[in-house]
Every structure is written in C-alpha cells, then in structure tokens.
Ligand binder design. Structure first.
Ligand SMILES: NC(=O)c1ccc[n+]([C@@H]2O[C@H](COP(=O)([O-])OP(=O)(O)OC[C@H]3O[C@@H](n4cnc5c(N)ncnc54)[C@H](OP(=O)(O)O)[C@@H]3O)[C@@H](O)[C@H]2O)c1
Length: 255
C-alpha cells in the first residue's frame, strides 16, 4: 500500500513539480488546487510515468473546500504521511506606504491562513499514520525583508512562525515539521501573479540571472527532506541559485 502525500498548489510551478517527484518516489499523490483542468493533466502525466495520483479541487481559503480535501485524504488508498503546504504567492511590489490592502489580504489569506487551515484539517490523519510530515514552503522572504516585499515578507514570516511553533507543539508526537525556504525560482506563474499578468515585469525579475532555480530543484529539496528516516527532522532548508548570494546580491550578466 502506498503512503499518501497531499500537495497544495499542485496546478503549476513548484507544487506540480513536487507532485510529479513524490509520485516517482512511490507516494500516491493528492494534487490539490483550484484549477482542476490543470490537475487532470498532471494526473495523466503522473500515471503515464507509472505513478498514481488523484486530483482534488481545493481552495485553501475556504473551510468547506479544505474539509473536502480532508475527506478525500480519508478516502485515499493508504496512510496519509505527508502534507506539502505549497499553495501561495505574492501580489504587488509596492512600498509599505502605498501597498494595496487587498494585495496584503490575499497574501495573508492564501499563504498563512491557507497553511493553517489545511494543516489543522490534515493533522489528525498525519498523526494517525504514526509517521507524519508537514512541509511548509515559505521563502527566503520568511526571514529577510526587501524593499517592495513588505506584504509578501510579512506573510512568509508568518508561515515561518507556523513551522517553528508547530515543531515545538508537536514535540513528542509522531509528526515532524519542515520548512523549505527557496530564493529565486523561475516558475511560469509566480511573477505573472505578482505583477497582475504583466509578462515584461515578471521576466525582468530573472533578467541576466544565470540559472535561477527551477521548480524541479525545489521539488528535489522537498522530496529529500520528506524521505529521510522519520526520526531525522530537517528543521529548515534554505536554497538559492548560485547567482543569488542574498536577496539584494544577485549576479546578472550584461546588466
Ligand atoms: N517562485 C519563487 O521564486 C518562489 C520563491 C520562494 C517561495 N515560493 C513559494 O513557493 C510556492 C509556489 O510558488 P510557485 O513559484 O510555484 O508559484 P505558482 O506557479 O504561481 O503556484 C502557486 C500555486 O498556488 C495555487 N493557489 C493559489 N491560490 C490558491 C488557493 N486559494 N487555493 C489553492 N491553491 C491556490 C495555484 O493554483 P490555482 O490557481 O490552480 O489554485 C498554484 O498552483 C508559493 O508558496 C510561493 O510563495 C516561490
């Protein structure tokens, strides 16, 4: 019987790559997101590669929708041992003095309260498995601020706080909490979402950067942490491209 892994935000980018990778590692993957057409394509891809997965429509900002995800986990063909809280993103790059309340609200709702809601709903199943793992995909913005990134950094700092607090609160119980903090990752949609669909602005983020991380690099980190023996808890894994020494220190060719 396969162990079951749940990946939120599996319809694109890091979440889709993580779903593919975990299926290749032998997990039955519950791929959750709002865009079910994307999830259906992903499940076909996973099955064609010899894995198994189920698409689950899920909006992490909705109690009812997350309750349905928990019900799908209950019905899944094996013990639920892994939850990857990946759904999230950024909106806007405005200074604090003019940032849109709606953008901050969205970032808090999806990244922070989404992680909280899904973790609360799946924790009983993870604990019942006797060997549960909760992964939270935060960011280097979870511990470093940058100009224009106030709202995103606030949300990611909050996710980092959830990961650290969970580790303390779950000590002595069979569930580990792992935080993954990627730096610059070139995914198809992250920048488009941040800049309201402006492809030029999205592309400028990566301009001249030799080899930003790609989604598969982060999936590799998540899979490595999640497949260590269960007594090994990687508290936090920070991963950046070689060209990015820090948030403010990025090597760009020809810029
Ligand atoms: N790209 C980077 O440079 C980078 C760096 C560090 C950390 N991260 C973090 O890594 C995670 C994934 O980023 P990415 O680059 O892969 O971005 P992405 O391609 O935009 O993926 C975001 C995912 O979140 C899902 N999502 C958004 N709102 C949702 C909601 N209300 N309910 C359920 N799912 C929702 C989206 O699916 P639907 O729209 O189909 O629901 C999508 O699958 C995010 O938490 C991001 O903050 C990214």
């Amino acid at each position: 019987m396969s162990s079951v892994a749940i990946v939120t935000g599996a319809s694109s980018g890091i979440g889709a790559a993580t779903a593919r990778r975990l299926a290749a590692e032998g997990f039955h993957v519950l791929a959750a997101a709002r865009r079910t057409d994307r999830l259906a394509g992903l499940v076909k891809e996973i099955e064609a590669a010899g894995g198994t997965a189920t698409a689950v429509a899920c909006d992490v900002t909705s109690d009812e929708s997350v309750a349905e995800l928990a019900a799908a986990a209950q019905a899944a063909p094996g013990p639920v041992t892994l939850l990857v809280n990946n759904a999230g993103g950024a909106r806007g790059l405005d200074p604090v003095e003019s940032g849109a309340i709606g953008d901050w609200q969205w970032m808090y709702d999806v990244n922070v309260l989404g992680t909280l809601r899904v973790t609360q709903a799946l924790l009983p199943a993870l604990e019942a498995s006797g060997a549960g793992t909760i992964v939270i995909v935060s960011s280097t913005a979870g511990f470093t601020v940058y100009e224009g990134g106030g709202g995103y950094a606030a949300a990611k700092h909050a996710q980092t706080a959830i990961a650290g607090t969970l580790r303390l609160e779950l000590c002595g119980r069979p569930v580990r909490a792992i935080e993954i903090d990627p730096g610059m990752v070139r995914t198809d949609e992250f920048g488009l979402v941040r800049f309201g669909g402006d492809a030029d602005k999205a592309a400028a983020t990566y301009a001249g950067v030799p080899e930003p991380l790609v989604a598969e690099d982060v999936a590799d980190c998540i899979a490595w942490c999640a497949t260590r023996p269960h007594h090994v808890n990687v508290d936090r894994l920070v991963v950046r491209p070689l060209a990015q020494a820090a948030q403010h220190k990025v090597h760009r060719v020809g810029q």
